[in-house]
Design a protein around this ligand. Structure first.
Ligand SMILES: NC(=O)c1ccc[n+]([C@@H]2O[C@H](COP(=O)([O-])OP(=O)(O)OC[C@H]3O[C@@H](n4cnc5c(N)ncnc54)[C@H](OP(=O)(O)O)[C@@H]3O)[C@@H](O)[C@H]2O)c1
Length: 253
């Protein structure tokens, strides 16, 4: 039996939606955008279940944009609600501690931490609606939030021998904002435990060849997204509030 879900991604200053159909062990995703971001390319040949849906401009640092996006999504999903929100938008501006400015820190915090939290708050009623339509446990097909975080936000794993070595220290604002995102979303996850049905996970996509990841990265967008899509249907209660890599393995906060 096929599970049909609707995915909304907030990135590229647009809300882009696409249908995802999970056919037994095979997942098909269509994403109409041509951005270099993860989640922007088809993973498998499209199926009859796959279709594009409306998109809307959305800068996630602007409350009005987020509200407008919610209205468009609401009109599109109706009583079914929203079953998967992927908070993918993110930004980086290289600056090490020696050069760090208040502006740099606030820029990252606004985009990478505050933005995703505000998006989640705005979309929560739609996620609740989807959760209420089913009674089984937590899953992506019922109602879920996937926050695209980064291992760069892991305090535990930061060491001089981290991948890229000391280069990693030069993205101080980014690191701080992703750590804050992880904490904010863990708090959200634990708060939402009181309203069962919505699964929340933070995930690192790996080091990916995008504008942010640069050509030095080790993964093509296709490989990263493909791994994420394979992992999504395996997520359940045990993953709620956790920080995972794209294969579903735990990353220490
Ligand atoms: N690439 C990696 O190696 C890597 C590793 C770990 C985590 N990540 C995370 O993966 C996610 C995607 O990053 P990426 O690699 O695809 O980076 P990217 O190539 O720089 O793309 C970032 C995307 O986020 C959008 N964005 C930035 N600020 C926004 C805002 N205020 N409102 C709405 N959209 C905004 C950008 O839209 P515009 O083009 O309009 O600016 C762009 O589509 C980010 O959360 C990033 O932190 C990436």
């Amino acid at each position: 039996m096929a599970l049909i879900s609707i995915v909304y991604r907030l990135s590229n200053r647009r809300v882009v939606s696409s249908r995802v159909s999970v056919l037994r062990n095979q997942t098909n995703v269509f994403h109409p955008a041509s951005s270099s971001s993860p989640c922007s390319r088809p993973l498998h040949p499209l199926t009859s279940h796959t279709m594009a849906a409306p998109s809307a401009a959305a800068d996630i640092t602007k409350a009005g944009d987020i509200q407008n996006a919610r209205r468009i999504i609401e009109d599109s999903v109706g009583e079914k609600g929203l079953n998967l929100l992927i908070n993918n938008a993110g930004a980086v501006r290289w600056q090490s501690f020696n050069d760090i400015t208040e502006e740099n820190l606030l820029f990252h915090f606004t985009t990478n931490t505050v933005g995703p939290v505000m998006v989640l708050k705005e979309m929560l009623p739609l996620l609740r609606k989807s959760a209420a339509n089913k009674t089984d446990g937590l899953s992506v097909s019922r109602s879920a939030v996937l926050n695209i975080s980064s291992t760069a936000g892991s305090i535990t794993t930061l060491s001089p021998s981290s991948p890229l070595g000391t280069d990693y220290l030069k993205v101080m604002g980014y690191r701080v904002s992703k750590s804050a995102l992880n904490m904010a979303m863990k708090v959200a996850a634990l708060t939402m435990t009181n309203e069962p049905g919505i699964l929340l996970v933070n995930m690192c996509p790996g080091w990916v060849k995008t504008n942010m990841g640069t050509d030095r990265a080790i993964l093509d967008v296709w490989d990263s997204v493909s791994d994420i899509i394979k992992t999504l249907p395996t997520l359940n209660e045990s993953h709620h509030g956790t920080f995972l890599d794209r294969h579903g393995n735990t990353i220490p906060y």
